[in-house]
Design a protein around this ligand. Structure first.
Ligand SMILES: [Fe+2]
Ligand SMILES: [Fe+2]
Length: 171
C-alpha cells in the first residue's frame, strides 16, 4: 500500500497542526522518526508503510509540547479519516498504525516488530530534548545496536544545533 498524495497529505497535516511545525514535535521530528524507522526496518522486518504513516501521524494531533495524554489516539483517528484521500492501507496496516499511535508514549517494549520499530524510531529521537535513549527502553534489537543509536543521535544533534542557533540560545 502507498501514500499516493504525499505533499498534499503533509500540507493537510501542517494546516491542522496546533503545535509549532518547526518545533520539537513538528515536521523535522517526523522526518527523523521516518528515517530512523526505515533504518530499523531493514533489520527488524517492519512494514515500512506503517512505519512511514506512524512518523507522520503519531504527533500530528498534539495540543501542546508537553504532557499531552491522548495525542497518539487523536493521531490514529485522523489517520482513519484521511485514509483513501491521501493514502491507501490494508485493514491490518491500519490496525498496527492505530496500536502504534495510541500507545507510543506509554513506555511499552512488547509488541510486534512493526509496532516496536515505530516506537523505537520515535524514542531514538529523544536527543532533541537532551535525553539519551536507554537500550532497555528500546524494543527492537536493531535500535539497541551502537550503529543505529549513533546514526539517530547524529541526525538529532545536527537538528538541535541548528534549532538552537536559529533561536539564538542553547536548548
Ligand atoms: Fe508523541
Ligand atoms: Fe514523536
Amino acid at each position: 500500500m502507498s501514500i499516493f498524495k504525499r505533499q498534499p497529505l503533509l500540507a493537510h497535516l501542517r494546516e491542522q497542526l496546533v503545535v509549532n511545525w518547526w518545533g520539537h514535535h513538528g515536521i523535522a521530528h517526523w522526518a527523523r522518526v521516518r528515517a530512523n524507522g526505515l533504518m530499523l526496518a531493514r533489520h527488524s522486518g517492519a512494514n515500512v508503510h506503517v512505519v512511514e504513516l506512524f512518523a507522520f501521524f503519531h504527533d500530528a494531533r498534539r495540543l501542546n509540547e508537553g504532557r499531552d495524554e491522548g495525542h497518539g489516539a487523536r493521531g490514529a483517528v485522523l489517520a482513519k479519516q484521511l485514509k483513501g484521500t491521501y493514502f491507501h492501507a490494508t485493514d491490518d496496516e491500519m490496525d498496527r498504525l492505530e496500536y502504534a499511535c495510541v500507545h507510543h508514549s506509554a513506555g511499552m517494549t512488547q509488541a510486534d516488530q512493526t509496532v516496536l520499530t515505530c516506537w523505537d524510531a520515535d524514542r531514538l529521537d529523544l536527543g532533541r530534548v537532551g535525553i539519551t535513549p536507554k537500550a532497555k527502553y528500546l524494543g527492537t534489537e536493531a535500535a539497541r545496536t551502537e550503529a543505529c543509536m549513533a546514526k539517530a543521535n547524529q541526525r538529532v544533534l545536527a537538528w538541535r544545533n541548528a534549532y538552537s542557533a536559529r533561536r539564538g540560545r542553547a536548548l
